[in-house]
Design a protein around this ligand. Structure first.
Ligand code: AMP
Ligand code: MG
Length: 349
């Protein structure tokens, strides 16, 4: 049985937090909100508990976990060294949606790091996550609280849809504010490299560490530096075609393909920005609204819920246009849309 505890997102009741913290300390599985998405937490230094977490998610063992801590002093025992760049980034971005990959100490079980000699660490800013990790007084390994290969959960309902009765406690504090996973920055290599884009953009990172680079090629499955890099990681069930490039030519191609698919008897779902809905008016498509393209933060917060809605509609095909507006979250949204897509079509420059 999964026990659901409702808590205030800014001021969680200490009794609920204490109950969840005890569960974590005893090796239980606790889903909790972070500012990015809901996480599924487990005692990071308890091997048996970590294995239970992989089983509950159906997650492959070669997919390492992020370790969440309450304060910077909690990191010393988990790593062999804390470079100055890590201290500077921590001072600027923690608590917040940035994960740092550092050389791991022997205290971190290899099950957590998928056998890598590095460990991914972050201090989340969500008051519920902070209160829980502080009360548990242990490092908490927490991947997203979804079944492997499903879109990440941004609400407690998403967690229950995937993991009901597979986990011990769910702390429900309403929607996760950011909506996409943390930026992952590898500090164990030179130059430091972004493995997964998130709410902390590369431009923001470069203000602190000027030589930060971006990982471009996708990873082979065997030696996965970052699980979020798995292709199809965020995919809905029906095939999604993504139209990239400028709005007008991309939208024109999308509308043309939608008509052809409908003529062939397909149920077509369009994952549409608010600004595009008018152009879809005369087509017999199902529309799932993504939010305003001119407000990428709104789109990020809606994205995974929208992908799950596509699954509920159960259409044959999903068509979506990528985000073209410029914002700290744009790269992350474009990245997740690409990973959700089976096919990417260039609509123009
Ligand atoms: P999720 O399961 O959605 O929380 O994703 C976990 C993320 O952890 C992945 O996208 C990886 O980027 C990251 N990660 C965890 N451990 C490592 C590591 N040792 N090296 C690189 N990335 C890691
Ligand atoms: Mg995940």
């Amino acid at each position: 049985m999964t026990e659901v505890l409702h808590v205030d997102p800014t001021d969680p009741h200490p009794a609920a937090i204490a109950r969840a913290a005890v569960c974590l300390r005893r090796g239980g599985l606790v889903a909790f909100p972070t500012e990015t998405v809901y996480g599924l937490g487990v005692h990071a230094l308890d091997r048996a508990a970590v294995l239970k977490l992989f089983a509950a998610k159906g997650r492959p063992a070669n997919d390492p976990l992020i370790v969440h801590v309450a304060a910077i002093d909690d990191i010393a025992s988990l790593v062999t060294e804390m470079p100055q760049s890590a201290r500077d980034l921590a001072a600027r971005f923690w608590p917040g949606p940035l994960t740092l990959v550092l050389r791991r100490s022997s205290a971190v079980p290899t099950e957590v790091t998928a056998g890598l000699d590095t460990v991914a660490i972050r201090i989340p800013s969500h008051p519920v996550a902070r209160a829980l990790i502080h009360a548990a007084h242990i490092p908490v390994a927490a991947p997203s609280a979804n079944l492997f290969s499903r879109p990440s959960p941004t609400t407690a309902d998403h967690v229950l849809a995937d993991l009901k009765d597979r986990i011990d406690i769910l702390l429900d504090a309403g929607p996760a504010p950011v909506g996409v996973e943390s930026t992952v920055l590898d500090l164990s290599v030179a130059p430091p490299t972004v493995l997964r884009p998130g709410a902390v953009s590369i431009e923001m990172l470069r203000q602190v560490v000027p030589d930060v680079g971006l990982r471009t090629t996708s990873a082979p499955a065997a030696a996965m530096p970052s699980p979020g890099l798995l292709s199809k990681h965020y995919a809905p069930r029906a095939p999604l075609t993504l139209y990239e490039g400028e709005r007008v030519p991309a939208l024109r191609l999308l509308l043309r393909d939608a008509e052809t698919l409908i003529d062939h008897g397909n149920t077509v779902v369009v994952l549409a920005f608010t600004e595009d809905i008018e152009a879809l008016r005369d087509l017999s498509v199902r529309v799932v609204e993504l939010g305003r393209e001119r407000n990428p933060a709104e789109v990020a917060a809606r994205l995974y819920a929208a992908l799950r809605e596509c699954d509920e509609i159960g259409g044959d095909r999903i068509l979506a246009r990528t985000l073209t507006s410029n914002h700290a979250l744009s790269t992350a949204v474009q990245d997740r849309l690409r990973r959700a897509a089976g096919r990417v079509i260039q609509g123009g420059p």
